[in-house]
Design a protein around this ligand. Structure first.
Ligand SMILES: C[S@@+](CC[C@H](N)C(=O)[O-])C[C@H]1O[C@@H](n2cnc3c(N)ncnc32)[C@H](O)[C@@H]1O
Length: 277
């Protein structure tokens, strides 16, 4: 079978040309432009496996769970259904963490002497990215899910930072033994009823999405516990969903002497709660 024939099969079965293009390039691990430029080249792969991908994709399984890959902040991460698929919005949190981390305590580029805490690490995309961006910093990462921690450890090994990240299992701050310079938290923040109605979210672990009935319960609990664990100077960045006003209020109550603000995404939605001591 030639590449153009494989593409035709995918397009016919998925009834969506764009999806078919994405699927075939992920399947062959080639840029789509390469597939377009080489239609006569032989399809190298198992046709049965391609049909399995197409069937799963047409049932709504996210492509990242089929390819086991997702790009985050310019790097490829291993993924499976034990963890949330990293979202582009989380790169806002990373960019801010890098900028604040470089300013902290007189500005050390490699993060010498700094400790970052990635709370709710999931695939480990935040912890691994920080370990790579701050080569001398200590990175702690925790999750309540032992399954997620296995995936995070795989990513630490792939990116060769397994010796620089300490992984812990536990609820919120319970694994910490000493305060840290920065807390990066992408905890679940979607309301329970909202997830139930969304077919596209049904493949991801509910515990990585649902933040209680209102969506904000876990982030609220995190804000209550955080003051004890954040050094001065230090910063906390938390990805958030709806209910930003109540979260701002809670953050100001928990950190009355800090600068508390929101960072917005390109659509103008509040995405990250920023607390700077
Ligand atoms: C939204 S996912 C974020 C995953 C990853 N950090 C990312 O940005 O793609 C939230 C993660 O928090 C974990 N989690 C949920 N409740 C938690 C809690 N109370 N304490 C620690 N981790 C929790 C979930 O298991 C899940 O892996």
């Amino acid at each position: 079978m030639k590449l153009k024939e494989a593409l035709k099969i995918a397009q016919e079965k998925l009834k969506d040309a764009r999806e078919a293009n994405y699927l075939l390039s992920a399947f062959l691990r080639r840029d789509f432009s390469y597939l377009l430029a080489h239609p006569e080249e032989e399809f190298e792969g198992s046709p049965a496996e391609l049909l399995r991908w197409i069937e799963m994709r047409s049932r709504g399984v996210p492509l990242a769970y089929l390819s086991h890959l997702k790009e985050f902040y310019g790097r490829q991460f291993y993924l499976d259904q034990r963890v949330l698929i990293p979202r582009p919005e989380t790169e806002i949190l990373i960019e801010e963490a890098i900028s604040l981390g470089r300013e902290l305590r007189g500005g050390t580029h490699g993060g010498e002497g700094l400790t970052f805490f990635d709370l709710g690490t999931g695939s480990g995309c935040i912890a691994v990215t920080l370990a790579l961006e701050f080569e001398e910093a200590e990175v702690l990462a925790s999750d309540i899910s032992p399954d997620a921690l296995e995936v995070a450890r795989i990513n630490a090994r792939i990116h060769r930072v397994e010796d620089r990240i300490s992984f812990f299992e536990g609820d919120l701050f319970s694994p910490l033994r000493k305060p840290v310079d920065a807390i990066l938290a992408n905890l679940p923040y979607v309301p329970e009823k909202w997830v139930k109605g969304k077919a596209e979210l049904s493949f991801e672990p509910p515990s990585s999405l649902i933040g209680g009935e209102s969506g904000a319960e876990t982030v609220f609990r995190m804000l209550e516990g955080a003051p004890r664990w954040l050094k001065d100077p230090g910063f906390l960045l938390a990805e958030i969903g709806e209910g930003e006003e109540k979260l701002l209020e809670k953050a100001k109550e928990a950190f009355p002497d800090a600068q508390v603000s929101l960072i917005y995404d390109l659509q103008g939605l509040p995405r990250v709660l920023k607390i700077k001591k």
